[in-house]
Design a protein around this ligand. Structure first.
Ligand SMILES: [Zn+2]
Length: 634
């Protein structure tokens, strides 16, 4: 990394974190901190908290935490260096980067600048040039007015070999590296796009990084071109453009996505524009690739609900098992908008915009969509038809990784196909044990003809689809610091927010939780909380950021000083644990029995005195000393 540490610190200090975050979520002052809806997960009541003085944020819902740089990285999907550059720009700080990364940065800036100039030039051509007349007619026929053309910065690449190259006079290397042109066999610069309507593709902050171009449809009577061209042509990958990490429209849709907690994913540029026209300005499109893991990584920071708005067949055939995997891994819900037969969002926006908006509102869970389609394709009026439809739908249900979800669909199928749920369950378990893809060509039958492997149905009473699958609940993954609560957490909060009151009363030995203890030691060892966070392990850093934004409990005056009561609780916990250790050691023959007994009695006496108003403080101090002596050296 090429930016000096002092300058990174300077950028951090110069950034107003509350102002920065306010661009993504409305913050309200609550006590000494700021609070609002979390920009990283969908919620109705605020659990996102910002400590302006220390420059940290923490979400009590999804446990997102960090400082200005982390925030920019997450929201704008930048790497560390780019995030620092962006914040430096905002704050008007000039960075002195080392040469190598500086050159890299310079190269990217050059390409971005070239792309920006090209987009503007193409856009002006579309708005003004006489040769763009047919393009303007075409766009009007699609229902695009001037506002749409300007909002999405649509452009027109003239029917010419080198119009852009000539007009912009870019160095050949820049022209080709940005994907705007190339050097032809005669050694002359040539444009990449020719006679196409252009859709600029931007990064999340709105800088154009690539272009997608569409040919105009043939007008009546117009002869077909000698060499047929593909309908769409997109920029190649470049140093500023990665297909798998770019979503068309995200820059315009970002605010809508955050406000809605939902993102509509389409397949084409015109689908995105159609969604905006239909009053759904939270739509994006993949750029000529299938929805990939990287897209989920990008989207989950903005919304927890992902609506697939593909044409119906494509949606049903999405990489199913991966969708479930991504749902679980990224904690998002994937739902499907059911678009009326054969339409895509772009068409539907033109024909019936209200229907498009409705399809998005009424989007169903991915599995529900597939089940509905399978049942819809079957004949549910006959017994045979219902059995076949149920079997088909059951194969879809079997792919879902969560047994509780599967079971709900089993009950639904039983109801809709008038079959017994227990029979369906048995069949489902069988399908899961033998996924059809693993045994190609195997005839899947509905009933008794299928021989399960030995031992699968231990009590084979003749009805082998009667087994109870005995649901096992999936163990929820630990939410980072969600379990780190209680008096230790309270003590940490006090140590951060009232350091003078805790200075000689809270000690490392009081913490039985290793992460809490590490966090406390980090606070002791550093001059500022910032330094402590910076050098800490990720787990400890998250905990520290949390306690920074969390006020200590007010404390009941009747119960006395909050520091006293927290210290007392912690002391009891730590002491009991130490006593238990001691007894264990004595049993295994470490210390002499008498010595241990005397020591134990003394410690128990101090424990009893803890509540005593006169002797409590003294007993606490002695216990701390005793606990410290028991610590392993070093
Ligand atoms: Zn959150």
């Amino acid at each position: 990394m090429g930016i000096p540490d002092e300058e990174i610190a300077q950028v951090r200090a110069a950034t107003d974190l509350v102002a920065l975050i306010s661009e993504h979520s409305a913050l309200k002052k609550v006590g000494r901190r700021w609070s609002g809806l979390c920009p990283f997960h969908t919620e109705k009541t605020p659990s996102f908290s910002v400590n302006a003085e220390e420059g940290f944020y923490y979400c009590f819902g999804c446990h997102a935490s960090g400082d200005a740089i982390t925030f920019v990285r997450a929201v704008d999907h930048l790497d560390f260096v780019d995030a620092v550059r962006l914040l430096a720009d905002r704050a008007g700080i000039t960075l002195h980067e080392d040469q190598e990364s500086g050159r890299d940065h310079q190269r990217r800036s050059q390409l971005l600048e070239a792309m920006e100039r090209a987009v503007q030039w193409y856009h002006d051509r579309l708005l003004r040039a006489p040769d763009a007349g047919p393009a303007r007619d075409y766009l009007r026929s699609r229902g695009y007015d001037g506002d749409i053309v300007r909002q999405f910065r649509l452009g027109w690449a003239p029917d010419d070999w080198d119009a852009l190259a000539k007009a912009l006079k870019l160095p050949e290397q820049v022209l080709s590296d940005a994907g705007l042109g190339f050097v032809n066999r005669r050694g002359r610069a040539q444009d990449f796009f020719r006679a196409r309507v252009l859709f600029p593709i931007c990064d999340p902050s709105g800088r154009p990084v690539a272009l997608g171009g569409r040919i105009l449809p043939l007008r009546p009577g117009q002869p077909p071109p000698p060499r047929p061209e593909p309908k769409y042509k997109n920029s190649q990958e470049s140093p500023i453009y990665s297909k798998r990490r770019t979503l068309y429209g995200l820059n315009w849709a970002k605010q809508g996505i955050i406000a809605q907690g939902e993102v509509v994913v389409c397949e084409g540029y015109t689908d995105v524009i159609g969604c905006f026209q239909a009053g759904v300005p939270w739509a994006v499109a993949t750029c000529g690739t299938a929805l990939a893991e990287e897209h989920f990584t990008l989207l989950r920071n903005f919304a927890k609900r992902i609506v697939l708005a593909y044409d119906a067949d494509a949606a049903g055939q999405s990489a199913t098992s991966r969708v479930y995997e991504w749902e679980r891994k990224h904690e998002v819900d994937v739902v499907v908008a059911d678009l009326p037969g054969g339409t895509d969002p772009g068409d539907l926006a033109r024909i019936d915009p209200a229907a498009l908006a409705r399809a998005v509102t009424e989007a169903r869970p991915f599995l529900q969509f597939r089940v509905d389609r399978m049942l819809g394709a079957g004949d549910l009026t006959t017994a045979e038809g219902r059995a076949r439809a149920a079997e088909a739908a059951l194969t879809a249900v079997a792919e879902h990784p969560d047994d509780l979800v599967r079971d709900q669909y089993v009950m639904q199928l039983a109801d809709r196909c008038r079959l017994e749920a227990t029979r369906l369950r048995g069949h489902l378990e069988h399908l899961r044990a033998h996924p059809p893809t693993e045994r190609p060509g195997r005839r899947r039958t509905w009933g008794r003809g299928d021989e399960p492997p030995p031992g699968e149905y231990p009590e084979d009473d003749g009805d082998r689809f009667d087994g109870d699958p005995a649901p096992t609940r999936r163990v929820a993954s630990a939410p980072g610091d969600g379990v780190r609560s209680g008096p230790g957490l309270e003590a940490l909060k006090l140590a951060v927010h009232r350091p003078e009151e805790t200075a000689d009363r809270v000690h490392a030995v009081l913490f039985t939780d290793p992460v809490q203890r590490e966090a406390f030691v980090a606070l002791l060892e550093h001059d500022s909380v910032h330094e402590a966070v910076e050098t800490a392990s990720p787990e400890v850093a998250t905990l520290l950021r949390r306690v920074i934004v969390e006020e200590p409990m007010a404390g009941d005056p009747e119960l006395g000083d909050p520091v006293d009561s927290v210290v007392t609780v912690l002391l009891r916990g730590a002491t009991r644990r130490a006593l238990a250790d001691m007894e264990k050691q004595a049993r295994t023959g470490g210390d002499s029995w008498q010595a241990t007994a005397a020591e134990t009695a003394q410690v128990r006496l101090w424990l009893d005195q803890l509540e005593d108003p006169a002797a409590g403080r003294d007993a606490a101090d002695r216990l701390v000393v005793w606990l410290s002596r028991r610590e392993p050296e070093g």
